[in-house]
Design a protein around this ligand. Sequence first.
Ligand SMILES: C[S@@+](CC[C@H](N)C(=O)[O-])C[C@H]1O[C@@H](n2cnc3c(N)ncnc32)[C@H](O)[C@@H]1O
Length: 335
Amino acid sequence: MSIETTQEIAISQEDYELIRDYIHEKCGIYFADNKMYLVKNRLSKRMHELGIKNYRDYFYHVKYDTTQKEFAQLMNVITTNETSFFRNEPQLLSFAEEALPLTLKEKAKSGKKTIKIWSAGCSTGEEPYTLAIILLEKLREIKDWKIEIIANDISEQVLTRARTGIYSGQTLRNMKSDILLKYFIKQDEEYRVKPEVKSLINFSHMNLNDIRRSLYHNNFDYIFCRNVMIYFSEEVKKTLVRNFFDALNPKGYLYIGHAETLHNISKAFKLVYFKNALVYHKEDVNADSSKESSAGISIRRPTFLTKNEEDPAAGASRAIDLLSKIKQTQSVGTK
Ligand SMILES: C[S@@+](CC[C@H](N)C(=O)[O-])C[C@H]1O[C@@H](n2cnc3c(N)ncnc32)[C@H](O)[C@@H]1O
């Protein structure tokens, strides 16, 4: 039996910086110097497929490809797409049990039965499908509601899998068997998402670092951008978070990965300490700002940090982050 191996192609520091800076400029993902092995490993395979023997040639091949097809391929190989259904249960519990009821109450007051959610960096679709399932479980008369879940990613490869909606193995490990039976059709060892779940989601390609495109994304009640910004440079994070703030409705919520923080990125959001998780909240500036919030956290005026600015509340924020991490390591079961 022969084992096929793809030999890695050696890269110089100069070529590494050329490619790394190009990737950063285009999509916001920043590879530090100690990630050279990762870039080399991921690009070598693609370069073998193309018969390209050095990184400088590959760089020009991507940069001057007017069809952008090679850039799309580059995004397929360079991105980290790890995800799973019901990833980080405490965050999802805080969404289902704490934030969503508040949103529903507000919607009932205004008479607007709409919920709009953005899953930014949705990978193979597990996150938006999970959110759709939660909404189907929580909203008694779903027909009365206009639900829109916008899900996008920069990798076409993962989007194709998300649209197909067929899953098996490890990604389903946090799924309760009754939920699996209710919202999936079993096909041999695989599970296909039912149309009623799929119909709530609109998958599309989007580069979060393309500010012009993201300006068309607005009026969201929730933005989930979990485990995406960890790959971005600080300056890209700052711009993106500013866009998220603008894209949210007043009283909207931003969920980032449980190990991520907006400390030194933005002071515009109010950090809400829900029972299950910490969530960033966009205050309604027209509401009475002298009051303390129901979560007991005072309201902050929108402030955005510039590139080199330090957040004076950094220490407190770090302490809260730490507490949250400790809390989230304790297992919390879903209902
Ligand atoms: C680790 S996955 C996270 C998936 C999901 N949000 C979760 O938490 O399970 C990160 C995703 O972000 C996507 N991504 C990275 N840079 C992006 C960009 N500039 N625009 C859109 N998506 C991007 C990657 O392709 C990848 O699928």
